[in-house]
Design a binder for this molecule. Sequence first.
Ligand code: NAD
Ligand code: DAU
Length: 356
Amino acid sequence: MKTVFVTGGAGFIGSALIRLLIAESDWRIVNIDKLTYAGNLESLGGAGRDARHVFSHSDICDRQAMDALFAQYRPDGIIHLAAESHVDRSIHGPGDFIQTNVVGTYTLLEAARAYWSTLAEPERGAFRFHHVSTDEVFGSLGPTGLFDETTAYDPRSPYSSSKASSDHLVRAWQHTYGLPTLITNCSNNYGPYQFPEKLIPLMILNALAGKPLPIYGKGDNIRDWLYVDDHARALRLVFERGQPGATYCIGGRNEKTNLQVVDTLCRLLDQQRPRANGRRYEELKTFVADRPGHDQRYAIDAGKIQRELGWTPTESFESGIAKTVAWYLDNGEWIAHVQSGAYRQWIDQNYSQRQS
Ligand code: NAD
Ligand code: DAU
């Protein structure tokens, strides 16, 4: 049985990946997560209680803790998702982004390298350090063109520059030390269990509460949307079959302006949960000050992963967004726990037990 480390496994994409791996592989998963505000063990559902899921409440910046985990579990590889992930937060306070995304990735690379250098063949050759990154490292597109694996780096926000730094570190560890690394750069994900600070869940929850739907600037910025379970399948494929040292761009070819996304959400909510006052959700749309340095357009050419590994997304934006709205309407308990802070109970219970 393979043992694989997943960092950030209590987050939005990490939890989707663990749900997939527990359901569809026989691997043991060691989920390494610090449980920041974005970490929620409830997002793992039944996978979190599976005997093949081991949770380690650890910070990837803690070298001793990382060394101890490598020594104890002797993994076959690592899929590294732990990060500070929200652009607006990075603008208000970049420090945590530099710490986790840059220093944390460096710490993990060094712990992985120390462990990997002790391995004999064939384990040494088979080991993989898969770093999960973003299309934002490529900067912003004009009206035409797509990002691909050859696009030059041009990050513009504290978040994207911290992710670009971590990508460079991963490539350097591959080039200098021969660590078998993989990098994936993905476009905007959406789907169940996304923390309601990001555009889609924020709009759904604000609409349901009758609150304004804050659209930055003119709402004409474009993002390329990918359903999170399609991303999770791509990650598994790259981890298992990607060429060591290679990069793969992942995206859904679903370019939408933010206004189109919000209008779609309002229309779906009008159908699925009409407002009690008989009015339309679109009346809640409110144009607010733009995000500083707001990237205009992202769009991914996912041709390489399609050609080389046979990956294609299964959800169109229309099917994925309808499933997403239905999920938020059906999962009031998860939402209530996030909104009340009760999702952090695991931390409260474990810390109070340790202290008492
Ligand atoms: P998220 O914010 O939902 O989850 C991040 C997880 O990392 C949380 O569980 C958090 O507790 C954990 N974490 C944060 N700091 C940590 C630390 N120091 N040590 C251990 N754990 C820590 O993020 P997400 O949206 O699931 O994104 C996951 C990864 O995918 C990130 O690396 C992000 O840059 C990348 N990515 C995200 C998207 C997207 O649209 N969400 C797109 C492309 C790439
Ligand atoms: O492209 C991949 C990236 O996508 C990931 O690397 C990031 O981790 C992820 O957060 C996401 O970044 P974005 O900044 O694109 O996502 P966000 O949901 O914050 O915003 C999407 C768009 O919607 C963006 O143009 C800003 C706009 N927006 C966002 C919010 C939260 C609004 O207009 N109003 C809002 O309230």
